[in-house]
Design a protein around this ligand. Sequence first.
Ligand code: AGP
Length: 605
Amino acid sequence: MCGIVGYVGTEQAAPVLLQGLEKLEYRGYDSAGIAVQQNGIFTVKTKGRLADLKQKIKQDILGHVGIGHTRWATHGAPSDINSHPHSSENGRISVVHNGIIENYMELKEFLQQQGKKFVSETDTEIIAQLFDYYYQGDLVDTMIKVIDKIRGAYALGVLCEEHPEEIVAVRKDSPLLVGLGKNENYIASDIPALLEYTRDYYLLEDNEIVLLKKDSVQIFDLHKKEIKKDIFHVDWDVSAAEKDGYDYFMMKEIVEQPESLRKTIFPRIKENTIQLDQIELTAEQVKKINRIHIVACGSAWHASIVGKYVIEKLARIPVEVDLASEFRYRQPILQKDDLCIIVSQSGETADTLAALREAKKHGIRVLSIVNVVGSSIARESDDVIYTWAGPEIAVATTKGYSTQLSVMYLLALYFGSAKELISSQEMMEYIDKLKKVPDDVEKLLEVEERMKALTEQYANTKDVFVIGRGIDYAAALEGSLKLKEISYIHSEAYAAGELKHGTISLVEEGTLVIAIATQQNLFEKLVSNIKEVKARGASVIAIAVEGSESIEKVADEVFYIPKTNELFTASATLVPMQLFAYYIAVQRGCDVDKPRNLAKSVTVE
Ligand code: AGP
């Protein structure tokens, strides 16, 4: 969840580190710090945001080698002392860490028995002390000894006073990549941190150790055998990781959705068929699929629920949807001809990665839907379908989720057609509607001003229920999460038919209900549910399909989405809810891109 950056080169390290951390702040933002090799290691760190760190830096920090960190606290509350980088007691070693060291208590006891004194409550400090304990002059040898002793997930960047021109780094189950420059090299948790400096990277595998100097990068395995790696080149524009004049990344990313959807959908439609060239799963293999397990966390899990409805409808394959944190421990029943679909924007979510490994352990084929190219999930899957959303920086996902939905549509059509359940005429009609999804989303962006005005009325709302049936229920889950995570308003998504089995007791004068009614066969039933909550004093904002104007008789406000195939409505439906959550959060003075207690990439379980 934390962000790591490191620099070795000819420039001053501190500005490069601060600039990199700015791009990584979405990964954690309760404290920040840097350490630079001067005459000895100079460290400055603080509780709070990067802005607080910049304020704390009163003097020029001169030095060409350094590491930096932005933290999402796990062990020990956010405080100056618990902030990274952490040092060994003698100050010789400095460490930044992303992840969790599971056996840190036993290692701490061991080090305490050796007379080492600790100052923080973190698991990271033991790494600095352990590194110092094992250090006998060679950084790579020491790192090998350290990782032999630690258990858990880690991306580490380490400085040693006696090697003022070098950084040693390693990763296991936490992301870390190496940026390659001319007379300068970098490490970082994610590409946006380095986009300004390089487009060339080495992607590290677990337990590969990197020795970084300004003019060389050496990568070693655990036996100190040097490994040769291919350079991974990204062609992203620098502006992809900039706000481009928007107040928040989230709004920029909401607006980018039509474009991201076009990039994700259109290249996969050829001559009125769905062509998933990048996957090896053949039509014959699809025919044999017995059951699909879709596994994900958070919004990706919500996209998976839409996927269940669409795949079951079009391909008639039973689909189970699991939360990754549950799947990995519940001993799921996985059979030979099952397919596991893993969904993750970042491709690094710890629980989702563990679920993938669980499926692979059972010999199940894994197809993943991932946004970040070269991420751990992408690399460990049998097949990958990329969502071409580009970098998503706001903690609350928008274009990441939308593009995941579009891949679900593509997959469902691909499976349905492989199973010969969709005629070519039907396929043409589906594809016609699928191609219009980006336009439908674009059209809904036009409600921005109206939504902005409406949120003034609801800024002090205490409770919101988002209700729907079928796919609308799946969309409600995502709409409700958006509101919770960025505006801190209590919100729950409910299958509309389930409301009267208990939860309707919470509806009273002033409760806001957002009702989604895009499924024609369920429309009348949803209208009845709206009447039930209206009768108990709720205000109702409805989202319906053009042509269902009768809903205006029961709802206070209605937003219409264009008529489309009912399987694809969740895409346009989401836009008013994203905008609602965004403007409510702005009204309430919340930090939209960096909501409290959250981080973008959840790399600890
Ligand atoms: C959504 O707005 C959240 N930030 C969160 O639920 C997210 O979708 C979840 O953590 C999964 O992330 P991933 O897609 O990167 O695996």
